[in-house]
Ligand binder design. Sequence first.
Ligand code: NAP
Ligand code: GLV
Length: 306
Amino acid sequence: MRITVCCTDTKIAPWLEGLRSALPGAEVEEWRPGAPEADHAVVWAPPQAFLDEQQALRGIFNIGAGVDALMKLRLPPRAVVVRLDDAGMSVQMAEFVCHAVIRHFRELDGYERDEAQGKWGFRKPRARADYPVGVMGLGVLGERVAQAVAAFEFPVRGWSRSAKHLSGVECFAGTAQFDAFLAGTRILVNLLPLTPDTENLLDRQTLGKLLPGAYVINVARGAHVVDEDLIAAIDGGHLAGAALDVFRIEPLPADHPFWRHPKITVTPHTSARTLREESIAQIARKLRAFERGEPIAGVVDRMKGY
Ligand code: NAP
Ligand code: GLV
């Protein structure tokens, strides 16, 4: 079995070494233009030229949860696209989002500003009931996040494409229930995949349907949010602020207004990192199962785009 590895912006040597030791007997090589055709690929944001040359691929294993970059390319017709499911990301995402929710709810940014001025001043405790948290996307990451937030006794609601029943989470599904979901949400967490249906979903209209003083936590993809609409909603007072981990252009350009906005927190796409060891173990396990003709988790539905 021949495996080709093509990962942009990734130190590739440890991936080659890890895959070779997890899949003894497989020939694992970094892709170079003109390389022989492989059976499977391990990729992150590969160039179109790679896919054009590697037309015999049967499996394309993405070293991330989101496949939006891959779905924009022309893929070899018979290749099955497989994404990471969890691989150590859901616990990271849960801790990151809980931190952002709690930082906002407990006004910790305000206390930090007070501390800088040597000021000892309590704020009136807020009621959890006034801060319902709405999680968009109830997949591998969204479900874990919703349940982690619910453990802190916030009212939690979630929205997905298909109907779900999750304990401690009020579930909404489909476009028909989107407005009802938004109308009862004061802290919005985005964990949707980026697809043609979800791109620019967080615009002036959608943000305007959230409860007054809403706070937005975007940990999915930058292109879910219309940047100018988010800033206008914050400056206009309908939104209290936002914690943004993902952006249309990454790294976020130095002159982007998000950097300097006092009510926006920026982190560099770090809420749930790909963990190499866990990911290699998962890919090797799936690859072996795939070769035996067994079903595997994380197969992307090309029609849905995730
Ligand atoms: P997933 O398991 O595929 O879950 C996606 C969820 O979104 C599902 O619940 C799905 O509904 C829902 N959904 C998709 N399209 C929808 C639509 N049009 N309307 C309503 N709901 C829709 O994905 P995941 O593993 O949880 O990952 C989610 C995303 O997180 C990734 O795609 C990626 O963009 C992002 N991510 C970010 C980081 C980071 O560091 N910032 C790290 C990892 C992942 P159904 O359940 O009904 O299908
Ligand atoms: C990171 O953003 C991922 O999709 O895994």
